[in-house]
Design a protein around this ligand. Structure first.
Ligand code: NAD
Length: 459
C-alpha cells in the first residue's frame, strides 16, 4: 500500500499549492475530461458489456449520458456557482458586507459500487473537481473492466497528485478509510456505509453516504395498468434489477391485483420476449455470489411469472412472486435483482403498516390518478425521493438533489448540489472603521434595557 501513501502525500502538497483554487484550471481539465469521454464511448460500452452484458443503449442512457449531462452542466455553470455570494447584513451587524465564499474541502475520497460502475464513479468525481478538491477514487473491483478503463481515462486527463484512481477490493478500501481525508463520498450498501461512517468518525471527517433500501411501489385501482406495467418493467429490469432506486416490491390494490399480474407479465414478454436469456437487451447478474444470493430468494415462494435461472450464464430472468411471507429471504433485505414480490392492500392503513417493517427507503413510487391519495402518501412517509406515475426518472433531473434519508443515506448530489456537497461555505462579514457603536462594549452598566428595546425593534 506504499504507492497509496505516496499519492496521498502528493495530493496534500498539490492542494496546498493553491493550484486547484483557479476556476480556469478546473474548467480546463473538466473540458479535457469531456473530450476524452466522448472519444472513448465505444470502449466504455465494451467494458460495461464485458462486466455484465450491459446493452449499449442502457450504457448510454444510464452511464455515459448521465455523466456527460452532469459534466456539461458543471462546465456551463461553474463560474457562477463558485463566485462569492453577497448577502444582506443582519440588523445586529449593520452596517457591514456579508459574503459566502465557496471553499474546496481539500482531499476527497470517493468509493464507488459496481452496479452503475461508470456513472457512480465519475459523477461524484466531477463535483469534487469542480469544487476544487483533489480526489482519490476507488471503483468497485466487481466491475473490473470498467474500473480499469476509468483508471486509464482519469490518468490520461489528470496528474495523480490531483486525481488518482486506486483499484482494489475490500482491503484497499479499508486501507484508504484509515487515512485522513477532508471528505468521504461513499456509494454502496448499508452495511459498508456503517463501516465508512465509523472510519470517518475517527478523524471527524464529514461524509455523504449514498446507500440502498427496500423501495415500495404503490399501485392503486385508478391507475392505467397497461402504461404502468410498461414503465414498471422498464424501471424494475433495467440493469437486470441491480439498481439502488429500482422498485423493490409492489403494493397493489386488491381489486386489480390479478389484472396487474397479467399486464406486468405481458409487458415483460413485449420487452424481452418469452425468454429474456435470448434478449440482447437484458444484462446479467454481476457475479455468482450475487446470483446465489438471489437464487435463495426463489426457494419456497409462489412464482407467478419467470423464475428461469442459469448459474453458468449468471442469468436470472424477470420474475414475479405472489405475496411471499414477510420472514422469507426475499422480504428480509433489499432485493437488488430482477425479482419482484407483489402484495395486495385494501386501504391506506394497510400500506402504512406494511412500510413500518422497513427502514426509510431510498425511493418510493406511486401509480395513481387520485391527488389526495398521492398527497397523503407523500406527506406521511419519509424516503429519499421518487416518482409519481413513473420510476427512476427523478434521478436524471440534475435540478433535483439525489440522496437518501435515514438508513438509505445522508447528503445528496447532482448538478449544483454536487458542487455544494464538495464545498465549504465560508461566511465572512466585512466592516469598516466607522461607525463603531459603543453599546456592545463593557462596562455594560445601564445598557441592558437599551439593548432589550433595540432587540424588540429588530424583532
Ligand atoms: P458494497 O457496499 O458491497 O461496495 C461498495 C464499495 O465498498 C466497493 O468499492 C467495495 O470495494 C467497498 N467495500 C466493500 N466491502 C467493504 C468493507 N468491508 N470495507 C470497506 N470497503 C468495502 O456495495 P455494492 O455491492 O458495490 O453495491 C450495491 C449496494 O449499493 C446496494 O445496496 C445498492 O442499493 C447500493 N447503491 C446505492 C446507490 C445510491 O446512489 N444510493 C447507488 C448504487 C448502489
Amino acid at each position: 500500500m506504499e504507492h497509496i501513501t505516496e499519492i496521498i502525500t502528493k495530493q496534500d502538497s498539490f492542494f496546498t499549492s493553491q493550484i486547484t483554487k483557479s476556476i480556469g484550471f478546473r474548467l480546463g481539465l473538466l473540458k479535457k475530461l469531456r473530450t476524452e469521454l466522448i472519444s472513448r464511448e465505444e470502449e466504455i460500452n465494451k467494458a460495461l458489456y464485458a462486466d455484465f452484458k450491459k446493452p449499449a443503449f442502457e450504457s448510454l442512457i444510464s452511464e455515459t449520458g448521465v455523466v456527460l449531462i452532469e459534466l456539461n452542466k458543471v462546465i456551463r455553470n461553474l463560474r457562477k456557482w463558485a463566485r462569492p455570494k453577497a448577502v444582506f447584513p443582519a440588523m445586529l451587524n449593520f452596517p457591514s458586507y456579508s459574503k459566502i465564499y465557496k471553499d474546496p474541502l481539500g482531499k476527497v475520497l470517493i468509493i464507488a459500487p459496481w452496479n452503475y460502475p461508470f456513472q457512480l464513479a465519475l459523477a461524484p468525481v466531477i463535483g469534487a473537481i469542480a469544487a476544487g478538491n483533489t480526489v482519490v477514487l476507488k471503483p468497485s473491483e466487481l466491475a473490473s473492466n470498467t474500473a480499469s478503463l476509468v483508471q486509464r481515462i482519469i490518468s490520461t486527463v489528470f496528474d495523480q497528485s490531483h486525481v488518482a484512481v486506486i483499484e482494489g477490493g475490500v482491503e484497499t478500501s479499508q486501507f484508504l478509510l484509515k487515512q485522513r481525508w477532508d471528505f468521504i463520498f461513499f456509494t454502496g450498501s448499508v452495511a459498508v456505509g456503517k463501516i465508512v461512517a465509523k472510519a470517518a468518525a475517527a478523524h471527524l471527517t464529514p461524509v455523504t453516504l449514498e446507500l440502498g433500501g427496500k423501495n415500495p411501489c404503490i399501485i392503486d385501482e385508478t391507475t392505467d395498468l397497461k402504461l404502468a406495467a410498461k414503465r414498471l418493467v422498464w424501471g424494475k429490469f433495467l440493469n437486470a434489477g441491480q439498481t439502488c432506486i429500482a422498485p423493490d416490491y409492489f403494493l397493489v390494490h386488491s381489486s386489480i391485483k390479478s389484472d396487474f399480474i397479467a399486464e406486468f407479465s405481458k409487458a415483460i414478454n413485449a420487452t424481452y420476449g418469452e425468454d429474456a436469456q435470448k434478449s440482447p437487451d437484458y444484462p446479467r447478474i454481476i457475479n455468482t455470489r450475487n446470483f446465489d444470493r438471489l437464487e435463495k430468494m426463489l426457494v419456497g415462494v409462489d412464482i407467478v411469472y419467470g423464475g428461469k435461472k442459469d448459474r453458468d450464464d449468471v442469468f436470472i430472468g424477470p420474475t414475479l412472486i405472489d405475496s411471499p411471507a414477510m420472514d422469507s429471504e426475499v422480504m428480509k433485505d433489499e432485493i437488488f435483482g430482477p425479482i419482484s414480490p407483489v402484495f395486495s392492500y385494501e386501504n391506506e392503513a394497510d400500506i402504512d403498516r406494511f412500510m413500518t417493517h422497513y427502514e426509510k427507503p431510498l425511493s418510493l413510487y406511486i401509480f395513481s390518478k387520485r391527488k389526495a391519495f398521492i398527497a397523503s402518501i407523500l406527506e406521511k412517509h419519509s424516503f429519499g425521493g421518487g416518482c409519481i406515475n413513473d420510476t427512476l426518472i427523478h434521478f436524471v433531473n440534475d435540478r433535483l438533489p439525489f440522496g437518501g434519508v435515514g438508513n438509505s443515506g445522508m447528503g445528496a448530489y447532482h448538478g449544483k448540489r454536487s458542487f455544494d456537497t464538495f464545498s465549504h461555505h465560508k461566511s465572512i462579514t466585512k466592516r469598516y472603521s466607522w461607525p463603531d457603536l459603543p453599546i456592545r462594549y463593557a462596562p455594560y452598566k445601564g445598557k441592558y434595557k437599551l439593548l432589550k428595546s433595540m432587540l424588540k425593534i429588530i424583532g
